[in-house]
Design a protein around this ligand. Structure first.
Ligand code: BG6
Length: 478
């Protein structure tokens, strides 16, 4: 097969991502500072792979200097993680800062900068404090929106002089989709109306944080910007038949445009408003809130891209007593011969990067964006170790190259894509899957006191960052 060489623009971000709860561990955490994830793990440790959860994670809290040395060695241009909201504050009502945890974030930022790695901070990667779920029902509450805005202000105040890239949420749709739409996560309650209320309040919380950010911006680092990290799934219809097309269009409204539109355009699609009213799941809102959303759209977006969503028109009868779920309008379609990551059960389809790039160009004003996560989780990677004990993860190198290639094609066609962040920098804890599927450039050896070791992909990444070029085979992905 023909090999092709791709040139990467000099200012294109080549970094890696993680989150607080998936790496830090609980060392130093006060008993009152549980996040949703901590609470879920404490209540239900058995659903976590091998019973391993966020309690120790990768122990980044104690080992961040060592990890940042690896980042420097690889040459990452940027590193994204989150501030753990549940740990950053002592009192969520008054937004009193926990100096110990805040000081640790200070140190992480300073160490990153000392090592030439630009920090990116996200304010919530599912780390809502448990007490806010217990007292107010979490994101179902408007009071919690206000508490998030107060927390955001404290974070901007503290780190705004050093951090240029800010995000309000990582994948704001995900927790409530797993909790209230599909009842797959603690407390396993199916409630589509709550799902939509959480979606709305997170869009509102983003707008409120953006408003505060803009007000404070003059004291910030030059060029500071704020965005949100979304996970729109590129939805492909099984066929061009109108009923299949409609399935994809409705899927897109409920799962993609529900955040893309308010965050980037400042308004909800009329079609979505109509569908919500029809199925009695319209969120509780008022004109003032909608105008906050309208006036405070994001500067840029992070897009997490892992797999496509393939749908077709539903073939089965919907039982009328079943609570409404968007799946009323679609059902999944499995493309015969699709290429899969069998460990995660996700289809591999690099074309989603190009298609998303063109969509943002033509439908969202060519807003600045970056691939905020993309990566491949693989089980039992130890079987790929060579004689020196280095994991030969050529599949990851192929995966990264194929997706980066689509980004380069998009840029050639005018996409405003500014970077690629690999998920993840080190192996880390996944929700429920824990350390089952490994994503990192850097291996975490759990059996050896969580010692770190570079994988082959880390050397590949170092090379492409340095040389600003990479090669691909002309793969034909479906
Ligand atoms: C993204 C999340 O959806 O996917 C990460 O932002 C997550 O938190 C990553 O770890 C990979 O998914 P998973 O479920 O395999 O960990």
């Amino acid at each position: 097969m023909a090999r092709q060489t791709w040139k990467i623009p000099d200012d294109f971000i080549l970094g890696a991502a993680a989150s607080a709860w998936q790496t830090e561990g609980w060392d130093g955490k006060r008993p009152t500072q549980d996040s949703y994830l901590d609470m879920w793990y404490k209540n239900d440790p058995d659903v976590w792979h091998d019973g391993y959860g966020p309690a120790v994670a990768t122990d980044f809290y104690n080992r961040y200097k060592e990890d940042i040395q690896y980042m420097k060695d690889i040459g990452l241009t940027h590193y994204r993680t989150s501030i753990n909201w549940s740990r950053f504050l002592l009192d969520y009502e008054t937004a009193e800062v926990d100096e110990v945890y805040a000081g640790y974030i200070d140190d992480v930022i300073d160490e990153l900068k000392r090592c030439g790695v630009e920090p990116m901070l996200c304010l919530e990667h599912y780390e809502i404090p448990t007490v806010l779920l217990e007292q107010y029902g979490g994101w179902g509450s408007k009071h919690v929106v206000g508490l998030f805005a107060a927390y955001a202000e404290k974070a901007f105040e503290r780190y705004g002089d050093r951090v240029k890239y800010w995000f309000t949420f990582n994948e704001p749709i995900v927790p409530q989709t797993r909790i209230y739409l599909d009842a797959l996560r603690y407390p396993y309650e199916q409630n589509t109306k709550k799902w939509m209320q959480w979606n709305y309040h997170k869009a509102l919380a983003t707008a409120k944080a953006v408003a505060i950010f803009r007000k404070r911006k003059p004291s910030f680092r030059e060029g500071a910007k704020i965005g949100v990290i979304l996970n729109p799934e590129v939805a492909y219809a099984r066929s061009s038949a109108p009923h299949d097309q409609k399935a994809a269009q409705v899927y897109d409204l409920f799962f993609n445009r529900v955040f893309l539109d308010p965050s980037i355009k400042g308004v909800y699609p009329d079609e979505l408003m109509e569908l919500m009213a029809k199925h009695d799941i319209l969120f509780d809102h008022d004109e003032e809130e909608l105008s906050v959303i309208k006036r405070n759209t994001v500067d840029f977006v992070g897009v997490n891209l892992y797999y496509p969503k393939r749908v077709q028109a539903p073939s089965r009868q919907w039982n009328e007593s079943t609570p409404f779920h968007p799946a009323y309008y679609y059902e999944p379609f499995e493309l015969p011969g699709r290429k899969m990551n069998p460990f995660r059960g996700w289809e591999i389809c690099p074309r989603i990067v190009y298609d998303m790039a063109m969509r943002l160009k033509y439908e969202y004003g060519n807003i600045e964006w970056l691939i905020a996560e993309n990566g491949m989780g693989v089980e039992h990677e130890e079987r790929f170790k060579n004689e020196e004990g280095v994991i030969q993860d050529d599949y990851r190198i192929d995966f990264i190259s194929a997706h980066l290639r689509e980004a380069m094609k998009g840029i050639a066609d005018g996409a405003n894509c500014k970077g690629y962040m690999l998920w993840a920098f080190t192996d880390n804890v996944s929700p429920m899957n824990a350390f089952k599927n490994r994503y990192g450039l850097v291996e975490i050896r759990l059996e050896n006191n969580r010692s770190r070791a570079l994988k082959k992909s880390a050397c590949f990444y170092r090379d492409i960052i340095k040389n600003r070029r990479f090669e691909t085979e002309e793969f034909r992905y479906k």
